[in-house]
Design a protein around this ligand. Sequence first.
Ligand code: MSP
Length: 513
Amino acid sequence: MNKNFYITTPIYYPSGKPHMGHAYSSIVADIFARFKRLENYNVLFLTGTDEHGQKIQKEAKKNNKDPKIFCDELSETFRSLTKTLNLSNDDFIRTTESRHFKSVIEIWNKLVGSGDIYLDKYSGWYSVSDEAFYDEDEIEDKNGNKISKSSGSLVEWVEEESYFFKLSAWSNKLLEFYKKNPNFILPESRKNEVVRFVEKGLKDLSISRTSFTWGIPVPNNEKHVIYVWLDALTNYISALNFPNIEDKKYKAFWPADVHIIGKDILRFHAVFWPAFLLAAKLPLPKRVFGHGWILSDDKKMSKSLGNILDPLEIIDKYGIDQLRYYLVKEVSLGNDGSISLENLKNCINNDLANNYGNLCQRVFSFIKKNCDNKIPYSTKLNNSDKALLKNLKNSLPKLQSLMDNQDLNEYIKTVVGFSFEANKYFNDSEPWTVKKKDPERMNAILFTIVDQIKNISILLNPIIPYSTNKVLAMINISNENIKIDEINNDKTLNHEKELGELEILFEKIENDN
Ligand code: MSP
């Protein structure tokens, strides 16, 4: 029986053009989803758009559009981004869909039922841009304006009738949960940040607004709309057909295995969401992984600084696999990381064009010229051939555990290391010098190196799916054989069929490009 794996990205505010941060969150989640499929898991990978709230209502008004029409258009931009990024998401949820509406109402009613909601008045600071309430000690003055210390966005004073969630009552339960589940929040530094925040004691949370209308109305009091974060977080179970907890999807996939998010929305996912679920007596997700910020030239990307690298422009010019690889190789997942065009080009040249790409190109053109374009078969591998293959095979448990712990950087470093090693092996073994005097030796070398290219391609497949699919297709490996198990299977290679045509995998980039 297949095991199940449920992974989510944040659902995006469709309030502008998608940028590199959006692309990063999704690509990271996609890599883990694809890896789990290679391990034969039954994967559900969810993304979508977060369409309610004051921020969207304001943007729609600025654009002279009805909010629903505004969201219909912009949500499509994000849906098409999933294609451009080559995401393998199984579902795309919109919070304006009826399946979500139903699920949010049920959560609300459950919180009412458990006695966790009461009506009062909110007076305090609110950031429309973050859709977040801030305490006095979380804001500061800047040029006569009040801004949030953590996000830098403008806050405004709000006074309105509001329903509250008794978050304060859940502090101890949350702390107990973090203690019992030490890997619930990763990386460790983020967990510490959350624990410190909860240890200070939590205040009750305002969970409805009355000063605008674009949201899901509170049952029995339509003057209020449900706070957009309570609404948005619920998407993770709406997609599983909650409130029907007997539904196949809900049963198979809840609790989620991991929510991939950026560090700016950690508090919502690691404090509010588990508290809502505890109060609603629903199981908590197994992990929340908070990645860092993508910086451009060491500064946070922002429109006003003019340092935004547009993912679509880069993909157009250099290719999607190139961008996927660069982002996850360059930025250490969990920390902030700077990216630049200069480094992107170097990375494409060094790791992709000169290393993996060059290895494939050299080996396959050698086979084409010298072996009737068929992968030679051999039973006569010598110790160095065997050592090359064994080294990679032996590292599989470690690689799988790295991915289970979201240690993507160590994973990539190890796999790229195998590719460098394979290049060196091919150079040192010199099949071209033994071709005449010892063809059996040449066959053993080629058999070994193609098997290793197959293995490396499977391991790189979640990161650069287009290119590795091309390589695997050309050596006649069918899609269903792109699995981790095939790495231990030396019968996967087809020695009867000719190799397909291999186009250049990664163009080398010249300096002025
Ligand atoms: N709508 C909320 C999420 C609700 S989830 C129930 C939201 N949307 S967002 O569009 O503003 O951000 C989506 C994701 O992109 C977040 O994980 C955020 O951290 C990430 N990024 C946005 N800018 C970023 C960078 N510059 N770098 C890395 N990721 C950042 O938040």
